[in-house]
Design a protein around this ligand. Structure first.
Ligand code: ZN
Length: 165
């Protein structure tokens, strides 16, 4: 059975008891979360989120890119969020390669230069969180009174640990 057919079965079960069709779009907790796409992270579960509670913006590493800032600005301007959590995690794949390694791999595999790509890997987990918080704070379009905190999720224990800023 393909993944899609499993998803459709799960969705049918979900929809059969669905009772949240009247939720408003603005997140009730006024929170936006930036985190990694790693399949072991389930922010709804490890933060106790329900539908309608928060924006969860995910990419490889949970890095603050131009597109993440785009989403944060929209989150704040149109949907009223005023708190941001940046959550990276232990054993992240972004700790395992360099830009040059991946560029070379792509060059060899596809025969096309990949020199313009920055994949944003990192070597220091806590520092990567601090760097991404700094990028948020440095944006002129983030509401100044926004609370921004940094965290590391431990994939072995399920615990969220604070990153000192
Ligand atoms: Zn990761």
């Amino acid at each position: 059975m393909s993944a899609v057919s499993q998803f459709l079965e799960a969705n049918a079960r979900y929809a059969s008891s669905f009772a949240k069709g009247d939720l408003a779009a603005p997140p009730t907790k006024r929170v936006a979360i930036v985190t990694c796409m790693d399949a072991r992270l389930d922010p709804a579960k490890f933060l106790g989120l329900e539908e309608g509670d928060a924006h969860v913006i995910r990419n490889a590493g949970g890095r603050v890119t131009a597109d993440v800032l785009r989403s944060l600005i929209i989150s704040q301007q149109f949907l009223g969020t005023r708190e941001i959590l940046v959550i990276h995690h232990t054993d992240c794949g972004m700790l395992t390669f360099t830009d040059e390694q991946l560029r070379q791999r792509l060059r060899e595999q596809f025969g096309v230069p990949a020199d313009d790509w920055a994949f944003l890997p990192f070597t220091d987990l806590e520092q990567s969180v601090r760097d991404d918080i700094a990028l948020i704070r440095r944006s002129p379009f983030i509401v100044p009174e926004t609370t921004v905190t940094g965290w590391i999720y431990d994939v072995r224990t399920g615990k969220l640990l604070p990153v000192d800023q």
